[in-house]
Design a protein around this ligand. Structure first.
Ligand SMILES: Nc1ncnc2c1ncn2[C@@H]1O[C@H](COP(=O)(O)OP(=O)(O)OP(=O)(O)O)[C@@H](O)[C@H]1O
Length: 730
């Protein structure tokens, strides 16, 4: 209905506006010269509010309200620009008073404007309705010769005026509401102030900008860090509980009523003041928060979720979705008789989804079901790979062997096949490591078992072979390069770190089995290499082997566990000297005990316990007849070693052939490892070989025993948290 504003010259406008005031009735500007066709209008005096009449407001131009005409719009300034004379011949003038709710200066007056308005008024009205500030004056374009408005035009103008009046009424209501709100705030602040009074320093009670148009009321915040205070105020608060302020803008009236005059200081003063130590307030932050909010009884509206909370929620929802998808895929993949690859993919997918869920902050009880599923898949994967896996590692010829011109009698055919050149024997293992392969390569396939141990399965790593074949090197490495055990310690703690709320206890123990006698390598020994009380083995009701009297040392990180193990190795050499033993004729077992409290689906706590054994087995070669006859001690050692290794072979074979009777009791070594062989346990055996032709006979014997061990069958999966079923024994 209203057309766009005329493209007026701003400089001309400014000139006209500056020279214009709300003029009294009968002023020359109020009436246009008759018959000229150019009419100018001023507001009649009776329609101007009394406030205006007594003190006419200066007319300002709000240029932003007009469409830009030139590229460099000019702003009206306080300086008076040169006044431009109004030419009634060429200009029709209209004054439009807009009542601004912000200023509250005037009420709308359009309805009472004279009916004889030129066309330009409509454009003016349109412009005026977009003007946000107090007054505007619109000038009719020169050359517009429509002189009088029709009655319809006048009615339209009146309607526009009515609309503006309604807007003003709305603004007034809004203002009223604001005032009410401000009064409520005032009451709340007064109450808060009363409560906080005892907690505030006498120096900084409340910090207020007294001379600023927008006043600030200081609301205390609890316990800011000392360094922040030091930076801000140059002092540190010893135990002060209330120091920093959050500023909340409130109407000046409210501030003045809330804060007593003696506490009103300007902000710069407050910042510069060396406030010194404050009174100690013996309340915790939480207590203060509680007491403040409860005693004040502040009416708070329900907390709106912040943008961060919404983003977090979104991430969590996405993580939930991914876990569900991964679970579905994994379940589908492992139906029927899944391949190793399918199980691995399902497990990895679920593992990643759970890790993302943890990172997104999903609670452990929500992840418990997926975790259980992931454990199941991991266990299935390990079982499919082989519950007992046997690897062969061939070391390089050593300096002595090279010196005597020994030949290499072994050939690694491929990753799983080994050939003995001289005899033509072929041995198949789960993996063969040649002389060039590093400790890291050997560890690669072993690292997954750290997860099995964390999931509650017992894990045993054996190193087996003839003297000097590289068992100790493989298991414990050298000072320069970690062996399997140290690498596994690192992996275990890395697993622990992936579960933020995990309550895991890791402890280490170390013992030596020499001539069927168990020695605790973490406890002192007497001159004969004995301990009092001696260690004894017991099988508890859950089928777990207990070594009574064995010291367990807690470890918080891999380094601490390595230190425990190092101490055990040192004690071992002391024991050997005392017992006149030969190192290769004893078994050394380092055990890591894991206890983990996991959150169940119902939110309760489930305890998972497991053991990780590292067994460096004694050399398996037979002594030459002459040596045995000459040295009684060496003979006894050899007999004992052979007995233990043969007992181990029997147990492995019995498990492999699914016999009802598993002869664990035949030797202390098998008794000790009863809960780590068969059942749900996992075992890795590394058979270490010398490649030398000179020791090929003993090497082949060791390889045959290892080959026999490989045939252990898998057992069905059991929950890691269910009591371990003892392996059958008659
Ligand atoms: N894969 C290998 N690469 C390089 N050197 C090796 C390797 N395996 C073993 N050795 C070296 O061979 C020597 C004998 O190894 P190690 O002491 O581990 O044998 P062992 O089987 O434990 O002997 P024992 O039964 O007497 O304890 C060591 O000097 C070791 O550093």
């Amino acid at each position: 209905m209203f057309g766009p504003p005329s493209p007026l010259s701003k400089s001309r406008l400014r000139g006209s506006l500056q020279s214009r005031r709300l003029s009294p009735r009968g002023s020359p500007r109020h009436r246009s010269p008759a018959g000229e066709g150019k009419v100018s209008f001023g507001l009649p005096n009776e329609v101007v509010s009394p406030r205006f009449r007594s003190k006419p407001a200066p007319i300002k131009l709000e240029e932003e309200a007009f469409p830009p005409e030139s590229s460099s719009p000019k702003r009206a300034t306080s300086q008076t620009p040169p006044a431009k004379e109004w030419n009634p011949e060429t200009e029709a003038r209209v004054q439009v008073l807009c009542a601004s709710p912000a200023s509250g200066a005037a009420t709308p007056s359009f309805a009472v404007l004279p009916p004889h308005l030129p066309d330009g008024v409509y454009r003016s009205i349109s412009v005026a309705s977009t003007v946000q500030s107090s007054e505007s004056v619109i000038v009719k374009e020169p050359g517009d010769d429509s002189s009088l408005v029709s009655a319809a035009h006048a009615a339209a103008l009146a309607a526009a005026a009515e609309a503006m009046r309604q807007e003003a009424a709305k603004a007034s209501t809004a203002r009223q509401q604001l005032e009410d709100q401000s009064r409520r705030l005032e009451a709340q602040l007064a109450a808060t102030s009363q409560i906080l009074q005892p907690l505030l320093s006498p120096h900084v009670q409340q910090v207020i900008h007294t001379n600023q148009p927008s006043k600030h009321f200081a609301v205390p915040r609890i316990n800011p860090p000392a360094q922040v205070l030091r930076a801000a105020h140059g002092y540190a608060a010893p135990k002060a509980s209330v120091r920093m302020v959050h500023r909340v803008s409130v109407p000046p009236r409210v501030v003045n009523q809330v804060v007593s005059p003696k506490h009103v200081i300007s902000l710069p003063e407050a910042e510069q003041a060396n406030c010194g130590p404050q009174e100690d307030v013996d309340m915790t932050r939480d207590q203060q928060m509680t007491s403040t909010s409860s005693s004040v009884g502040v009416q708070t509206s329900p907390a709106q979720p912040t943008r961060e909370a919404l983003a977090e929620q979104e991430v969590q929802d996405l993580a939930r979705k991914q876990i569900q998808e991964a679970t579905d895929i994994a379940s589908r993949d492992v139906q029927g008789t899944p391949s190793l690859k399918e199980v691995k993919e399902g497990r990895d997918l679920l593992r990643q989804a759970i890790a993302k869920g943890r990172a997104a902050g999903l609670p452990e009880e929500e992840l418990a079901r997926s975790e259980q599923h992931r454990r199941r898949l991991h266990n299935l994967y390990q079982d499919l790979k082989g519950q007992l896996r046997v690897y062969c590692r061939v070391r390089p010829l050593n300096a002595k062997e090279k010196r005597i011109g020994d030949k290499e009698a072994m050939r690694v055919v491929d990753g799983t096949t080994l050939e003995v050149r001289s005899t033509g024997d072929i041995f198949e293992f789960d993996g063969i490591f040649g002389s060039s392969e590093s400790q890291a390569d050997v560890f690669e396939d072993c690292s997954d078992l750290a997860q099995s141990a964390m999931d509650g399965q017992s894990v045993t790593v054996f190193c087996y072979g003839i003297t000097g074949a590289g068992k100790t090197y493989t298991m414990y490495g050298t000072p320069e390069e970690d062996g399997l055990a140290q690498r596994m310690f690192g992996e275990l703690f890395a697993q622990v770190d992936t579960i933020p709320q995990a309550n895991v206890t890791i402890m280490g123990s170390m013992m030596e089995l020499y001539n069927n006698y168990l020695v605790d390598l973490l406890r002192p020994i007497d001159w004969q290499g004995r301990q009092n009380p001696p260690l004894s083995l017991k099988l508890d009701k859950s089928g777990t082997v207990q070594v009574e009297g064995l010291a367990r040392e807690p470890a918080k990180d891999p380094e601490e566990l390595k230190a425990v193990f190092q101490r055990g190795l040192e004690q071992r050499s002391v024991a050997e000297n005392a017992m006149n033993a030969e190192s290769s004729r004893s078994h050394v077992i380092f055990t890591v005990f894991l206890t983990q409290d996991v959150i169940s689906q119902q939110g309760g706590v489930e305890r998972i316990t497991s053991k990780l054994h590292f067994c460096d087995l004694g050399g398996c070669e037979r002594l030459k007849k002459t040596e045995v006859e000459q040295d009684r001690d060496r003979r006894l050692e050899a007999i004992e070693i052979n007995k233990s290794l043969s007992a181990l072979g029997d147990v492995i074979e019995a498990i492999a052939k699914k016999r009802k009777y598993i002869p664990y009791r035949n030797h202390k070594l098998t008794q000790l490892l009863q809960d780590a062989l068969g059942g749900n346990a996992k075992a890795l055996m590394y058979v270490n070989c010398s490649p030398a032709q000179s020791s090929i006979k003993e090497t082949v014997t060791a390889l045959k025993l290892a080959n026999r061990a490989k045939r252990i069958v898998n057992q069905p999966w059991e929950s890691p948290t269910s009591p371990r079923r003892p392996a059958p024994e008659r």
